[in-house]
Ligand binder design. Structure first.
Ligand code: AMP
Length: 214
């Protein structure tokens, strides 16, 4: 299965991508996670990306296209993949089409996960990441915990700079102006499956599964 999970920041793409990646045994390719890893590794590209990400803006297309090219050329991507956070601009969507053609990949399903803006701001404000393994939790999930339930690191929860309210608003603005056109791009090509992103994690996974089957 090859899947593009489209949707605004904070709509739950990462959570659902992880679930389906485990269920289907295919890689979850999150460009945000790849960038955060290069920030953590303090590579030159990572240092440049950190400033852009902290402002809630988009990393340049050429950088992102190279990242996705490398990743899709890795052997584990041959059996399928779930893209989370890519493509985020029309230029990226066109580059992805060219790349898929080169790789002789024909069918990719596009799921548009939706939620209204106020719900998204509320969710992003209430999420925390682990500094060590980067897994995202809600405040409820880590209430009273000192150690990360995923990697056991102590006192590792933090509010990502780009999850602070002023940056969230910027990210949503960028989503509307630069990323929404990607949806039109895919709608013109064929079917985009719309899934309501409001509900429990399980309910949303069920809806995605049902939509994919039909
Ligand atoms: P995410 O975790 O997907 O919300 O990504 C976090 C940040 O990484 C975004 O706000 C952007 O600054 C950057 N980023 C991730 N994916 C892309 C992309 N496809 N194009 C440009 N910037 C990206």
């Amino acid at each position: 299965m090859r899947l593009i999970l489209f949707g605004s920041p904070g709509v739950g793409k990462g959570t659902q991508a992880k679930i389906f990646s485990e269920k289907l045994n295919i890689p979850h390719i999150s460009t945000g996670d790849i960038l955060r890893q290069s920030v953590k590794d303090q590579t030159e590209a990572g240092k440049k990306a950190a400033e852009i990400m902290n402002r809630g803006e988009l990393v340049p297309d050429d950088v992102m296209i190279e990242i996705i090219k490398d990743r899709l050329n890795k052997p584990d991507s041959q059996k399928g993949f779930i893209l989370d956070g890519f493509p985020r601009t029309e230029v990226q969507a066109e580059a992805l089409d060219n790349l898929l053609r080169e790789l002789k990949i024909e069918h990719v399903s596009v799921i548009n996960l939706t939620a209204d803006e106020e719900e998204i701001i509320k969710r992003l404000n209430r999420r925390r990441a682990c500094r060590n393994c980067a897994k995202i939790f809600t405040l409820e999930e880590i209430k009273g915990l000192d150690n990360c339930p995923n990697c056991n690191e102590e006192n590792s929860f933090y509010l990502r700079d780009d999850d602070k309210e002023e940056v969230i608003r910027k990210r949503l603005e960028v989503f509307k102006s630069s990323t929404m056109p990607v949806l039109n791009y895919y709608e013109k090509q064929g079917e985009v499956i719309v899934v309501d992103g409001i509900g429990s994690v399980n309910e949303i996974s069920e809806s995605i599964l049902k939509a994919l089957k039909t």
